[in-house]
Design a protein around this ligand. Structure first.
Ligand SMILES: [Fe+2]
Ligand SMILES: [Fe+2]
Length: 424
């Protein structure tokens, strides 16, 4: 029974009974032994623990309750005795919570290391890209070494997780976009079981797919709103410009140049530069086309137009399906999960959070960073849904529907960027 129309109200601990959904007031995560400050009472033991903690009043959330609390007049005089002494349960719960806090700390440490590696990868890639623009053969070797590390990672770690990078990017999109496209493309490459050789080719093609944009005026690249026909024609020359730059470096792998040239071709022949269609488009260019479009939808040059990862996938699958290789698009969606990192979700206990990482083998149960007004943003809790039996994602929420304080808490980043947990 969900009591949707009844607003939340304050109750005493004596009014509690199993089935009532409660919120602990002014609760700091470390001030009580429960995983959340809001939860449904399941047993009379839990009520005894709440008493033991000295909590006398709570907020009842009728919308999420199976039954309403006792009325103050009907509270049982003698509360039901718990089966196990509350102090014992309490000790066990604290122990569990300590263990959880330790794992949370380790997880945060791992994410922080991953973010550092991401930042240094963007920095390295910036140098490599500038070297390639100057036709420096040494930069090709560095790019190959970089791609080889990503390849090893994807091929050795079948369970590898895609993380949302929570860093304010001061880098220009010209560098972070290709990195994102490379990580996403190689994720698909792993999914369709490309061998190491092809993975390297895919990585190189994806990293330099927009290299030709270095020949186009920045002002035009960043121009907002509708482009004029001549302006659009200039933009559409970037695949060919890219190939021209790469053709001067004989060390650059041939197959990867096809990816650069064809990443804007579309399955229905509506792409550019040569309106190729269907199977005639290089299979790896078809992968990069998907990753590229997704990244551009999530990170529009007009930020207010950017879609959430969840909506970007829905849009590509719903409105643009004929532009892409259907099987590859399905693989892409399979890898990113139903709730790709960066998606804001509401959990079944009402908590709101943002998906941080997704394990392709357990997509419906991602890691989620939680909004809790009582927990400072820096210490925000991360819950691994794969480890929580009682907790699931209920729905995805549009960013525009979030109250400003939650928006600010959950999304400090300027771009949606992904990276993988490369070991150092
Ligand atoms: Fe492009
Ligand atoms: Fe691109």
């Amino acid at each position: 029974m969900a009591n949707v129309s009844i607003p939340e109200y304050r109750i005493t601990v004596d009014q509690l009974r199993p089935g009532v959904f409660v919120r602990l007031e002014r609760a700091n995560w470390f001030s009580h032994p429960f995983l959340f400050s809001s939860f449904k009472i399941k047993t009379t033991d839990q009520i005894a623990i709440i008493r033991e903690l000295g909590i006398t009043e709570l907020i009842c959330v009728p919308e999420k309750s199976d039954v309403l609390p006792f009325k103050p007049t009907e509270t049982p005089e003698q509360p039901e005795a718990p089966k196990t002494p509350p102090t014992e349960i309490l000790d066990a719960l604290w122990e569990l919570k300590k263990e959880r806090a330790k794992r949370l700390q380790e997880k945060k440490q791992r994410i922080a290391e991953c973010e550092n590696r991401y930042i240094s990868s963007v920095r390295d890639f910036t140098n490599i890209m500038n070297g390639i623009i100057r036709s420096n053969a040494q930069s090709v070797l560095e790019a190959e070494a970089f791609v080889a590390r990503l390849t090893d990672h994807f091929l050795q770690d079948a369970e590898s997780t895609l993380h949302l990078m929570n860093v304010m990017e001061r880098t220009e999109p010209i560098y972070s976009h290709p990195l994102n496209v490379a990580v996403l493309s190689m994720m698909v490459g792993r999914e369709i079981r490309l061998d190491a050789q092809d993975m390297k080719l895919l990585g190189m093609g994806a990293l330099f797919h927009d290299l030709g944009k270095s020949r186009i005026e920045k002002k035009l690249l960043l121009k907002r709103g509708q482009l004029s026909k001549p302006e659009q024609e200039v933009i559409e020359r970037h695949p060919a410009f890219g190939v021209e730059i790469l053709s001067k470096i004989k060390e650059f792998p041939d197959g990867a140049t096809d990816i650069v040239l064809q990443h804007h071709e579309r399955m229905d022949g509506s792409g550019y530069p040569t309106e190729m269609s269907g199977e005639s488009i290089h299979p790896m260019a078809r992968i990069v086309a998907i990753a590229d479009t997704y990244d551009n939808l999530c990170n529009n040059k007009e930020p207010e137009e950017s879609l959430t990862p969840y909506l970007a996938l829905s849009y590509m699958f719903g409105q643009q399906k004929k532009l892409f290789d259907t099987e590859l698009l399905a693989s892409f969606i399979r890898c990113l999960g139903v709730y790709p990192p960066g998606t804001v979700v509401q959990l079944t206990n009402g908590t709101i959070g943002m998906v941080m990482s997704v394990n392709p083998h357990n997509q419906l149960r991602p890691s989620v960073v939680l909004y809790d007004s009582e927990v400072p943003k820096k210490e925000a809790l991360i819950v691994e849904l794969a480890e929580e039996n009682d907790l699931r994602v209920e729905k995805s929420i549009r960013l525009s529907h979030l109250p400003p304080e939650i928006f600010e808490y959950l999304s400090p980043r300027s771009r949606i960027s992904y990276f993988v947990d490369l070991d150092s």
